[in-house]
Design a protein around this ligand. Structure first.
Ligand SMILES: *Cc1c(COP(=O)(O)O)cnc(C)c1O
Length: 397
């Protein structure tokens, strides 16, 4: 049997491959340079153009772009009316920002366990944890697969709860034929470089509600309005504006907006390539009992942001750490998404403890995020498959 590089064999490749990488072409670069030569670097025409384009791409009625996905979650929570004393239900298998947005508003995050096969938040757990204090649910489309929107929305609307979809992974995915972003009360996006489309740093909130839309605009920019209908005092003159809420400066620049407009033209190609890679991985890994393939629900036509390799501990003689290190020795540089949020010392000090969500905790012990991005060549994909297979077979229990 072939020896893994970690015990003296030859690595599958000489150069390192990473779990994610942006794809920027000459059109993207030109779009940014054109803005830099124009009159507006921020608050200019590219912002409105991008917001209209996001609405076209997702089918949402309104889009508010902002400085990053975390800011998007913060203004969405504020628009939902989250405040001290409230509870916000979310999953622990996510980036910390999904729960932090509740803390920013003085509310308490409540962690619901996941479905052990899809790894998304389990609607039954959300229902069981709902109290009179529950103001919002932040449901994360983990890896890009849609959460169970029908059931979550029905529960939330019955109980006067706002459903915020943390769609940092979801752009390009459809749920029952409709693009995610046009279904939940609000959907937040992130345009960080590892995500499917990027502008360096960037985010957006999508909504069909005019009420939420108006609040989002206020919170994005200092709580300031130039709309006379929203003002309390008579305008002194045409320069006049009013601050009517406590907002932030979470604006995006026009350079970023131009880059994202250009990136969105490539979304269909990005989406297609990601689906091809996921298919190749799934085909190879479903043959190995040492590995578990993430369950796909039929409602979600998924553009995958992350590919999660899950180990079957009963069939392997090594654990996740050893498997991860063995892949690194093959020059396949992976990552782990995510450490359960409440494991962090900051959350421990707030009174959260291990054991809250057993399925999420078990998942965390067994997962590795494999390379998945548009520019991966077929050879790259084969190298990853070869390395994973070699290690899984060598350490078969
Ligand atoms: C990336 C990400 C965020 C935060 O987005 P930023 O743009 O990095 O602030 C939030 N939630 C999830 C699930 C993410 O993956």
């Amino acid at each position: 049997m072939e020896k893994p590089a970690i015990c003296g064999g030859t690595p599958v490749r000489d150069t390192k491959i990473f779990y994610g990488h942006q794809y920027i072409d000459d059109d993207d670069i030109k779009a940014v340079v054109d803005v830099m030569k124009s009159d507006y670097l921020t608050c200019g025409p590219k912002i409105a153009e991008l917001e209209q384009k996001l609405c076209r791409v997702t089918g949402a009625k309104y889009a508010v772009v902002c400085s990053n996905g975390t800011a998007a979650l913060h203004i969405a929570a504020l628009a939902a009316g989250v405040q001290p004393g409230d509870e916000v239900i979310t999953t622990p298998i996510t980036f910390a920002a999904s729960a932090n947005c509740a803390l920013y508003c003085g509310a308490r995050p409540v962690f619901a366990d996941i479905n052990e096969e899809t790894y998304n938040i389990d609607p039954a757990c959300v229902e069981a944890l709902t109290t009179k204090k529950t103001k919002a649910v932040v449901a994360v489309d983990y890896t890009g697969q849609s959460v169970e929107l029908d059931r979550l929305l029905a529960h939330c609307h019955k109980n006067n709860i706002v459903l915020i979809e943390d769609g940092a992974h979801v752009i390009g995915t459809r749920y029952n034929g409709k693009f995610n972003g046009s279904i939940a009360d609000m959907t937040t996006l992130s345009f960080h470089p590892v995500k499917t489309v990027t502008c360096g740093e960037g985010g957006a909130v999508l909504t069909n509600s005019e009420t939420f839309y108006k609040k989002l605009l206020l919170y994005r920019s200092h709580g300031i309005t130039r709309d006379e209908a929203q003002m309390e005092h008579e305008p002194d003159g045409s320069w006049y504006y009013e601050q009517i809420a406590l907002g932030y400066n979470y604006r995006m620049t026009d350079m970023q907006a131009a880059l994202l407009i250009s990136q969105l033209d490539k979304l269909p190609a990005f989406s297609k390539r990601r689906k091809e890679i996921v298919k190749a991985y799934n085909e190879a890994f479903s043959k190995l009992p040492q590995l578990v393939v993430q369950k796909e629900i039929p409602e979600s036509d998924t553009t995958r942001h992350l590919y999660i390799l899950r180990l079957n501990p009963d069939r392997l003689t090594i654990g996740r750490k050893e498997f991860f290190d063995a892949l690194a020795a093959e020059n396949i540089c992976c990552n782990v998404h995510y450490i359960p949020t409440y494991y962090f010392p900051y959350y421990e000090k707030l009174g959260y403890h291990r054991g809250l969500c057993p399925k999420a905790e078990k998942l965390y012990e067994e997962i590795i995020s494999l390379p998945l991005y548009y520019a991966m060549s077929d050879q790259d994909v084969q190298d990853v498959i070869e390395a994973v297979t070699k290690i899984a077979e060598y350490y078969k229990a």
